[in-house]
Design a protein. Structure first.
Length: 381
């Protein structure tokens, strides 16, 4: 499809990042999968080239571009089947909290390091007993003089082993009546006493992502690490979840597109009964059906991206994009995998790994069921 979102500058950025990915990421992917995490050095290299937080102003160490540059990074990582290098999480989910809600001192303290890859970030929201229901988190932050004392546990944390900074959601008001107004956000440095990185979790997919548990035991942080004002954390999260869900949708569509592209190429090469399987009517019907799904997803997501870049409030649109595209991607990848036959079950084939990697997209950033609840509420139902 012709896409009108991008300028010549964006096209040049895509070319540069694609070359970077082929040179600095692709040769290491198999090793990263075996190790369970990416190399620390790749963050430094990406930062040095201006690929981290590319929308950030130059005064904070960014490239001075816009969110569309981040869209390109998400799409290109999907193109090479790289789920472990969580650049979108860092650049487009965590760092925007610091940029939007941090004071001048906090921005100067953390943003240049985030843009340079010196600080790798994670977001600590999910707990063993609290996922999509953020108001039910139990991690506490108690004010003691000029410090907060944090106690609690987080789980399913991407960048859990590599992180230097964690954007942490904690209860500063334990009163159940203030469930939504009692949450605050803190930036916690990983070298703080009482902050412990737990075990790396073994998952169905995304093997190169160091998803981990995090523990806080009387972890003291200065009050200056509080983002915004105490009790405003839930409202901050509601403001930023729109972009988080849009990034998931962007990755889902791009991933489905790449799997379909590779499947079409495979069916033209793979022969059965003396001819390429692409010549069988069932294969043709399946490919065309998947192409229709991907094309509809691409058109809608590009429309939502354009509105988001224009500053529109798109809570429903981003929620719909998230649940529809991730459901669609799972369907498309499953149908494509079937066309690979037995090879589609082998981990050496990208389609197999894509099938496993895609499953979590329907869960993280708010489950798809929660997305439907949000849209229903927006409709006044």
């Amino acid at each position: 499809m012709d896409r009108t979102l991008f300028t010549e500058e964006h096209d040049a950025f895509r070319k540069a990042f694609r070359q970077f990915a082929e040179r600095e990421i692709v040769p290491h992917q198999a090793r990263w999968r075996e190790a369970g995490q990416v190399d620390r050095e790749i963050w430094h290299k990406a930062g040095a080239q201006g690929f981290l937080c590319p929308w950030l102003e130059e005064r904070y160490g960014g490239a001075g571009s816009d969110f569309l540059a981040s869209v390109i990074v998400i799409e290109e990582l999907s193109r090479i089947y790289e789920p472990g290098l969580a650049m979108p999480l860092h650049s487009d989910i965590v760092v925007p909290y610091i940029y939007s809600f941090g004071n001048d001192e906090q921005k100067q303290r953390w943003l240049p390091g985030c843009a340079a890859g010196e600080f790798v970030t994670a977001i600590g929201m999910t707990e063993p007993g609290a996922g999509s229901d953020l108001a039910s988190i139990q991690t506490s932050a108690v004010k003691q003089g000029d410090e907060y004392v944090i106690n609690g546990q987080k789980t399913f944390i991407s960048n859990g082993q590599l992180c230097d900074l964690v954007l942490l959601a904690a209860k500063t008001d334990p009163d159940p009546a203030n469930a939504h107004k009692g949450i605050s956000l803190f930036v916690v440095e990983a070298n703080r006493k009482g902050f412990h990185k737990g075990k790396r979790l073994h998952k169905m997919g995304m093997p190169s992502q160091d998803t981990s548990e995090l523990f806080f035991e009387d972890c003291r942080v200065p009050a200056s690490n509080l983002l915004g004002v105490a009790g405003a954390g839930f409202m901050m999260m509601m403001q930023k979840l729109q972009q988080e869900r849009l990034t998931v949708a962007i990755g889902a569509v791009a991933g489905a597109e790449q799997v379909l592209t590779d499947t079409i190429a495979y069916t033209k090469e793979r022969k059965a009964f003396g001819k390429p399987i692409s010549k069988f009517q069932n294969t043709q019907f399946k490919i065309v059906e998947q192409l229709a799904k991907v094309s509809v997803g691409r058109a809608y997501v590009d429309q939502v991206i354009a509105g988001h870049v224009a500053g529109k409030n798109l809570v429903s649109e981003c929620s719909m994009a998230k649940f529809w595209t991730t459901d669609m991607a799972q369907e498309v990848i499953d149908e494509c995998l079937q066309l690979f036959g037995g090879y589609g079950y082998m981990l050496e084939y990208p389609v197999t790994r894509a099938f496993m990697d895609a499953r979590v997209q329907r869960i993280y950033a708010g489950t798809n069921e929660i997305m439907k609840v949000i849209v229903a509420k927006q409709l006044g139902l």
